[in-house]
Design a protein around this ligand. Structure first.
Ligand SMILES: [Zn+2]
Length: 392
């Protein structure tokens, strides 16, 4: 086992992210001496983590052979949501070679959900996506002890508390596994291949069934002592507000989240305040965030107001976080990002008005680029990092 900046780890990450590179260029870019580099690369070739990839174009002097991440490598990336399972199997460059998505209720418990994950991965193997996995990365919708690889007191995941997710996956697939919170993996995914590419200090805010924040500072995710850093959905924003799923009153997500928006939309439709929502309720028993988004797009005043009020609540909390952490970007993702520019405009307006001017002088507040793929992308990054750290 090596430290985070061990040469072999830097070599593997560079080949994963940038593709085939000559030995000479590797040495230059990683500032390694030639004997050191050659020894490390030889070792990684022998371990089948790196493969020869032909001759590089001449740089005027001696020719150098290209090396690439081994084409055999496969990672499984799993994103468990409150109501869905997303899986990608990727190659060593984190390009998907198989993908599955299906509805699932996280409340079915760890045995049933992980059993389904195994079935989907078995299907991927039968379909030829892999022969063996090098690592599995999984995100779950609740706090996680990253060190122990277990969920910790997750409010919406009955039966999952301290369930040995990492141990079960490791045993099942015979490879290392890594478990993290779903918002953290979204942040990691967005930084690897999305709008926050190569940005060290940013906040990824997921607005979906609940609200959470991935805190990416100094080039790494900050998870907190107990794994619940960024649980901003339970910051109180209105002492007289509705009761939250956590038992407190007036939490941010009790006022604005997928569930809260559905509740408010239903009330507005029944009260006859919103023609657009009332019309949608004729053929349905409940309304969703999508109904509000569609109503807003048609110009329905109540729908627009619901989104603006929600944006104002989120913006108020984010303004505080901006003053606290001074990030260089805020990324908005999750299911309610579909509310789009009305939501984004309101969040921006509040953040810019209420944060310190110095902290917002150059602070983009943008929508996630990877959207529904952010989670699996980040899980693949974590899985590959885990496999690379253990390569020797
Ligand atoms: Zn709460």
């Amino acid at each position: 086992m090596f430290g985070a900046d061990a040469p072999h780890l830097r070599i593997l990450r560079l080949l994963r992210d940038d593709g085939p590179v000559s030995r000479a260029e590797l040495g230059d870019r990683l500032e390694l001496t030639r004997p050191r580099l050659l020894a490390e690369v030889d070792r990684l070739v022998a371990a089948e983590m790196v493969a020869e990839a032909g001759m590089a174009a001449s740089r005027g002097g001696r020719r150098s052979t290209l090396v690439e991440i081994h084409p055999r490598l496969r990672f499984a990336a799993v994103d468990l949501g409150a109501s869905s399972i997303d899986i990608e199997v990727t190659n060593g460059r984190l390009e998907p070679v198989a993908a599955y998505r299906e509805p699932a209720d996280i409340r079915s418990g760890p045995k049933a959900i992980l059993q389904r994950v195994s079935e989907l991965l078995a299907k991927a193997r039968t379909d030829g996506a892999y022969q063996r996995l090098d690592a599995v990365g999984i995100g779950v919708p609740g706090p996680v002890s990253f060190r122990d690889g277990v969920p910790v007191s997750p409010p919406i995941m009955p039966g999952w508390d301290r369930y040995p997710v990492r141990e079960v996956l490791t045993r099942e697939h015979g490879c290392p596994a890594v478990v993290d919170n779903d918002v953290n993996i979204m942040a990691i995914g967005e930084r690897h291949g999305g709008v926050a590419h190569s940005i060290d200090d940013f906040l990824f805010v997921k607005i979906g069934t609940g609200i959470g924040c991935g805190i990416h500072l100094g080039g790494t995710v900050y998870r907190g002592v107990d794994g619940c850093a960024g649980d901003i959905g339970h910051i109180q924003v209105d002492a007289n507000g509705p009761v939250c799923s956590c038992g407190n009153t007036g939490c941010l997500e009790a006022l604005f989240s997928g569930a809260a928006l559905a509740r408010d939309a239903l009330a507005a439709a029944r009260a006859g305040d919103s023609p657009a929502l009332a019309e949608r309720l004729v053929d349905a028993t409940e309304l969703s965030a999508k109904d509000v988004a569609d109503g807003a797009a048609e110009g329905d005043v109540v729908c627009i107001k619901l989104i603006r009020e929600g944006g104002r609540r989120v913006g108020g909390v984010l303004a505080t976080l901006v003053s606290f952490a001074n990030p260089s970007m805020i990324v908005i993702g999750g299911g309610l990002a579909q509310l789009g520019h009305v939501l984004l405009a309101e969040i921006r307006s509040v953040v810019y008005r209420r944060s310190l001017p110095l902290a917002t002088g150059n602070l983009p507040v943008v929508l996630s680029e990877l959207q529904g793929r952010a989670g699996v992308s980040g899980a693949a990054v974590l899985a590959s990092d885990m496999a690379f750290e253990q390569a020797s």
